[in-house]
Design a protein around this ligand. Sequence first.
Ligand code: DGY
Length: 433
Amino acid sequence: MNEIPTSAGDSDHHVLFDRAASILRQNDRGDYTVPTHGLYPYQWNWDSCLVALGQAHIDESRAWREIETLFAHQWDDGMVPHIIFHEADDGYFPGPDVWQTARPTPTSGITQPPVAAFAMKKLYEQARDTELAKARAQTLLMKVDRWHEWFVRCRDPQGTGLVALIHPWESGRDNSTDWDVAFDRVPTDGVAPYQRRDTKHANPEHRPTQAQYDRYIWLVEHFRSLGWDNSRLHDASPFQLVDPGFNAILIRSCLDLAVLAEALDENSIAEVNRQRAGRGLAALESLWSDSHGQYLCHDRIIGKPVDSPSVGGLIAALAPIPEKRLEAIVRRLDTLSSRCEYLVPSLDPADDRFDAKRYWRGPAWLIVNYLIADGLLVGGQEAMARRIQRASLALIEQGGFAEYYDPISGEPCGGSSFTWTAAMVMEIVAAEQ
Ligand code: DGY
């Protein structure tokens, strides 16, 4: 059971916790929370689920509502979109007029890392009000199961055991080097003229490039021309990337949903999710690279691994991977820590493409740190998990609650007063008590 920390000996962390809680309140829009004011004015899928972990320390009912609001906008086919455009706001591009998904409340047409079940299991297990948690988990269970089923049906049509992303925004790691080679084959012809808004809110040097943005938009327009029909999008996409981090999140969420389902006597949901996880875990092994000592992405279109030592291969620690793989990931993290001050850089600083301040091409992100540390703790790698947690709090103490951080200087980058960064701090501090 986590409670707001009160220990006098940890007054600095207590202050951090309170500052984090006030960011959550500031970005709370009632039934959902915006990632940050200005840059991201709507509800984002994985932001919300991870933010619920922070909210639970203040108001458990509100935490469940965050996830319920997201699932109220689940598509009929089972997909849970990456953005819900609750209220009109012209500060963000691409808005509903570009996506044109014809939903009652406009949404985007792609998804995001499925952390819902991972978060729900934590809310459930840490609940102070167990009856409330039971009731709220019960109503979400079936919906989350439908989302998991959607992944298998629509993003793994060949039954490989691993799902593919059809747009970099689905990964949450928008401009990672993992997508560079695949992006060479995404055209830009015919993209309607547009104006970016992100570069008005954040330093353009910290954001994706124009060439990448043109391709993001080309893919959106391409899927839109196919009527957002998920039975066609995977095969019709020139971008089909199998990301070990994303798949590990899905595997872990299937297992977490299975545990929840068992606790709620929903045994068939438990069984099918365990099967999904088992198939995913077996197939994940095909993404292991001995030469890099970590998992790598796989480009499904050309049938080749992607030579890019990104954090996607380390997020795999979140799934119950074999012990020798987890140990190798710990060794990688140790090597990375000798190349930068703050774990965990989103790309190995030794890679030529490393860019310390540009979004997912180098910076450290607290949500990633949290996911990796959680996997390490579950796998018994406590020392490295604690190092990551300490680095995370050091970044906040020096730079405030930013979107991400330069892993060498610790400089805060991107948006500020960032909700999920704050939620992760609350989690780390509360766990110390
Ligand atoms: C953005 O707009 O930068 C987001 O990451 C996509 O959802």
